[in-house]
Design a protein around this ligand. Sequence first.
Ligand SMILES: Cc1ncc(COP(=O)(O)O)c(C=O)c1O
Length: 385
Amino acid sequence: MRLSSRLPPSFEPNALSAALARSGSEGREILDLTMSNPTRCGFAYPEAEIRAALSTPGVLAYDPDPQGSQTAREAIAGHHGQGLRADHLLLTASTSEGYGLLFKLLGDAGDEVLVPSPSYPLFDWLARLEGLHARPVPSYFHDRWHLDLGALESAVTSRTRAVVVVNPNNPTGQFLSRTEWEALTALCARQGLALLVDEVFADYALEAPADRLATALLDPDPPCPVFLLSGLSKVAALPQLKLGWIAVRGPGAAQHLEALAFLADQYLSVSAPVQAAAPTLLSLAGGIRDQVRARLWSNLATLDGALAAHPRLSRRSVEGGWSVLLRRPAIDSDAACALRLLEQHSVLVHPGSYFDLHGDGTLVLSLLSREATFREGLRIGLAGL
Ligand SMILES: Cc1ncc(COP(=O)(O)O)c(C=O)c1O
């Protein structure tokens, strides 16, 4: 039987994933410098409080609201501040699901969304599975990463429905500047496009410039429809609880929320327990984020110490987020380099090509890794570059 052409032609793992599976079956210990699952990074979660929040009487009640429970939305609005209200929000099971709902809301089969490049590799599939085409628009690096607003505008066609930005971006860490925000919202208004702003990492500003747009919610009245995505997976480092949200602003916000609630009503995918627990989870999130931030800074300092002994290597500054870009002379492809590090040195890094950073000698490391693993992985890995 023929399956949908929206699916990939094969589900074969790539060479790095296949090599990793082989190392696993051989029982080899890997120094994983790509670990981005916070539940495996040794953080001291307030376990008793999290469990108690997930076992209140409210978790047994089923009283679905397609927009998500009022109390959960109030807690999320309180977390963001900036005049955001519960009725501006719609809950989802994850940011990925949020993208799916927004692509259903905005596009017809064959329409396009403009996505940043380099960035989060899931956009292509998330768009494709909704029948849309994600067209990458390259950002450029000049002292720091910049959106190429000229390229964005030239990429707009009669099929373009939306622009996606990630603030700060993954894996480049780039925050939008306030000037870029003004120009971007004006462009979207001029071209009749929606603007999707993924701010899952907005709480993790590191070496961020003063002119950064800390959050798109600083703009109370944007000239184009703005859909901000975030969720507990990064805000509270609790990806397993599956709670994301979309905040809606700009022209037509009330109608957009009504249509999103219609879409969400077909699935009602957000569980009652996580909605009941959301106010407590958000009240605990600050303490968890502090630990994550301490880890990011500590690993960045370890990286700088290690790089001092390797003048051929360098790193990009990390404006925000959980990743760092490591730069090396591009004597072989970054995919070949990552494979060599894994097979010969048991060190796992991601090639830049995973994120559309092609051929310029970039490797991507997660700053979330446990400190001892990160230090040892760098000691061995940098010497192998
Ligand atoms: C930019 C970006 N958006 C969204 C997500 C996923 O968020 P969620 O777990 O809420 O789907 C990630 C995960 O790493 C991400 O990097």
